[in-house]
Design a protein around this ligand. Structure first.
Ligand code: ZN
Length: 360
């Protein structure tokens, strides 16, 4: 009889940190994501991992792929990723393809995939080794822009719990944001995530939308090479937004631009101009790294922080556990302090943050 499949947590459970997990199944060792951050200097510790057989990537955000410089320490394994995620990797990185929504194969282990509603190129992965493991990567059910495919049955779940037991819907986040959206406002956001989603929301609300080149290009991609990651029926709206949005300027408008923390790109330039001026308003909507311009401006009172959700609510988590029929659920990307609340909410599933979980 073959060894049972085992999931080992390298990094990403018990605290917000880089995603890095090890699935040992059918005699193969698969690493799931190899991230860096989101705080500066947060590397997964791979020194004790040894050689692995393949690296499988969920999506292209830094806290999931930013650790690729560590590959020589784990034997330079082949990398599996969707075509759109592969394009975001460092130039020259060779990859093997994963489907957007269907059956793939990693070194003989079948894997089902579906869109994660969180980023272009982003997928969840359901491995068939042992009794099955669903790794959601990051996911969201609420985006008006990114399509989400409900995952199939799976006995064990390794799931995005970035917001712990928070159950605030995106609509409530949007309502809270509305009064702070002055006529002239800067909204720093990632182009490969919530940036285009926020832009679409603003356009639908009748706002004058201004986009930097990176966000405009991401919107164009979502009607071109990455169109399969957008929800159906919105292509004309996205095209109109990409073509008609103004460039960022001194004139009134809601500006969506990169980078999300103000450390680079258009927002770094605009913040240099506007940090010591009273206007325009500046609102950050996502994770704020310590020591970043975003942290400095929120601390000084020059900018506000109001979250735009890109991860699941507690009610999404409950629906995921019920829908997959999972017996064991491992919350990722949140602090250990949420474990008791998640255990209570997800009964009768066994909710654990243990470093090693046997897939039975
Ligand atoms: Zn992400």
């Amino acid at each position: 009889m073959s060894e049972p499949a085992v999931l080992k947590i390298i990094s990403g459970v018990g605290a917000k940190g880089p995603a890095c997990f090890l699935l040992e199944a059918q005699g193969k060792r698969l690493m799931l994501d190899l991230g860096y951050g989101p705080q500066t200097g947060q590397w997964p510790d791979v020194d004790a991992v040894g050689r692995i057989d393949a690296l499988v990537l969920s999506h292209s955000h830094q806290d999931h792929i930013g650790g690729l410089s560590l590959l020589p320490r784990i034997g330079n394994p082949p990398i599996f990723a969707t075509e759109i995620t592969a394009k975001k990797l460092p130039p020259g990185t060779k990859t093997h393809p994963l489907p957007i929504n269907g059956r793939g194969d990693v070194l003989g282990i079948p894997v089902d995939t579906g869109r994660n509603g969180h980023a272009p190129g982003g997928i969840w992965l359901r491995f068939h080794g042992g009794t099955g493991l669903l790794y959601t990567g990051d996911y969201s059910t609420e985006s008006a822009l990114y399509a989400y495919d409900p995952p199939p049955k799976s006995r064990t779940l390794l799931f995005d719990s970035s917001y712990g037991d928070d159950d605030t819907p995106l609509a409530a986040r949007q309502a809270a944001l509305a009064p702070h959206l002055a006529d002239h406002v800067l909204l720093p956001a990632p182009a490969d995530g919530r940036g285009p989603d926020i832009a679409l929301h603003l356009a639908r609300a009748g706002r004058t939308v201004c986009l930097d080149d990176a966000t405009r290009a991401a919107l164009r991609d979502l009607t071109g090479p990455a169109r399969d990651y957008a929800r159906p029926g919105i292509e004309a709206e996205l095209t109109q937004l990409a073509e008609q949005a103004l460039p960022p300027s001194e004139k009134p408008g809601a500006i969506v631009a990169t980078s999300a923390d103000g450390s680079a790109g258009t927002t770094a330039q605009l913040i240099a101009q506007w940090e010591h001026a009273p206007l325009p308003a500046i609102v950050f909507t996502g994770f704020i790294p310590t020591g970043s311009p975003a942290a400095r401006l929120v601390q000084s009172g020059r900018a506000k922080f109001l979250r735009w959700s890109v991860h699941p609510r507690l009610s999404d988590t409950i629906a995921l556990v019920r829908g997959t029929g999972a017996a064991t659920a491992i919350p990722a990307f949140c602090d250990r302090k949420f474990l008791p609340a998640l255990q209570a909410a997800l009964k009768p599933a066994n909710v654990t943050m243990d470093a090693v979980v046997t897939l039975v």
